[in-house]
Design a protein around this ligand. Structure first.
Ligand SMILES: Nc1ncnc2c1ncn2[C@@H]1O[C@H](COP(=O)(O)OP(=O)(O)O)[C@@H](O)[C@H]1O
Ligand SMILES: [Mg+2]
Length: 382
């Protein structure tokens, strides 16, 4: 049963569709992330849910209560939606103490001062900030300020909490730690949450459910492991981690027998091959497999999908070794292996990839590569 329900939401700016017919169901007590590159419509969707932006059409309900319905002309004002919000900029009042920052919303709600004090202390305790009530925001680190912002949102006991890239202003180490903190906290409280991020690892750590957005549309959704392991389309595969993309020769493939043939003639056994027979699947397809699912050996393994290759380059990266291999006719694939498994350039080797990991993906427009994560591009055979 869905708790937060968004149906056919559309938000345009002039002729531009920032949110293009998005429908989302979030179960009670679960964390749902909107994941996608900058400009894909994450914030706009979130702001429509919060009521800070009015959608052109669609419906939004929370716990069975309609918050927005374009046909019925219902648009509940933001402050009456029972939602909490946490932004990238912590949005704390700099000249007010932490306690005053947390109390403000409760005072506006008209709570008695004794109860306000109790709730403020309870919330600061919850986020591990007990005893900081008399301090000012500037005396706290970025991570602490973000925890206070979360405590403030929680103090109003919202039905659902909305996050918009809350960790983007923090340095990398802190960001990596705060992911786990926020996840633990949300699970402990058991609150329903929507979490906007462009960071795939953050989404994987924090969410029960990930909605991948691209150009205002839902590209793929599911559990973190489903979305990562079975991306279904090229955009999702490339946005969530690295992947090898190899051109598919559909004519010479035999999906019924579980075989897909690459444009360079290499035949792959693939548990995903049957998708090519599915009439509901339209458009172009590519073959894909993740670098960490590959094995590189001196001799044939005797297993499936063991392909003779030439080592193009080999780089020991510390924890892993990255090896680029030519699997015929100039088709390059990249393997990422644990530890130091360096090889000499221009030597022969064998690449293996399990049929479970050979995916057939719809060739949606490729994702913009994330900083520090070069997309693996495989040249078309000459
Ligand atoms: N007020 C606005 N007027 C015009 N275009 C807007 C406005 N707000 C957002 N957009 C456009 O809508 C698209 C989605 O924006 P946004 O939801 O902020 O993306 P994200 O949060 O995924 O980075 C972007 O192309 C952005 O330029
Ligand atoms: Mg945004």
């Amino acid at each position: 049963m869905s708790f937060l329900k968004v149906d056919n939401l559309i938000k345009t700016y002039g002729a531009f569709h920032a949110v293009d017919n998005v429908s989302i169901d979030v179960e009670r007590g679960k964390v749902c992330s909107f994941l996608g590159p900058s400009g894909c419509g994450k914030t706009t969707t979130l702001r429509c849910i919060a009521g800070l932006e009015q959608a052109d059409s669609g419906r939004i309900s929370l716990g069975g209560r309609t918050l927005f319905d374009s046909e019925k002309r219902i648009a509940v004002p933001p402050e009456e939606r029972d939602l909490g919000m946490v932004f990238q900029s912590y949005a704390l009042w700099p000249h007010k103490t932490i306690e005053a920052n947390l109390s403000l919303g409760l005072r506006i709600k008209g709570l008695p001062s004794g109860e306000i004090r109790d709730r403020v202390n309870e919330m600061l305790e919850l986020v591990g900030m007990a005893g900081t009530g008399n301090r000012f925001p500037a005396s706290l680190s970025g991570g602490q300020q973000q925890r206070v912002a979360l405590a403030r949102a929680m103090a109003l006991r919202p039905k659902c909490i909305l996050f918009d890239e809350p960790l983007s202003n923090l340095d990398l180490l802190l960001r990596e730690r705060m992911r786990f903190e926020i996840r633990d906290l949300l699970v402990k409280i058991g609150i329903t949450a929507v979490y906007v991020t462009h960071d795939q690892t953050e989404a994987m750590v924090i969410s029960d459910h990930i909605v991948v957005l691209n150009k205002g549309k839902i590209q793929r959704e599911g559990s973190p492991s489903d979305v990562y392991n079975y991306p279904r389309d090229r955009f999702t595969a490339e946005f969530l981690g690295r992947t090898n993309i190899v051109a598919l020769d559909r004519k010479n493939s035999n999906p019924g027998a579980g075989i897909v043939t690459a444009a360079n003639g290499v035949r792959f056994s693939s548990l995903d091959a049957k998708r090519l027979e599915d009439r509901s699947e339209t458009g172009e397809f590519v073959i894909a497999f993740r670098p960490e699912t590959m094995l590189v050996t001196d001799e044939p393994t005797g297993g499936q999908n063991c392909i003779p290759a030439t080592v193009v380059s080999s780089q020991f990266l510390g924890g892993t070794t990255q090896i680029v291999l030519d699997i015929g006719q100039g088709v390059h694939v990249t393997a990422i292996l644990l530890g130091d498994q360096s090889r000499t350039e221009n030597t022969q080797a064998f690449v293996s990839v399990d049929p479970r990991h050979v995916l057939v993906l719809r060739d949606s427009s490729a994702a913009t590569p994330m900083a520090g994560t070069p997309a693996l591009r495989v040249p078309e055979p000459a």
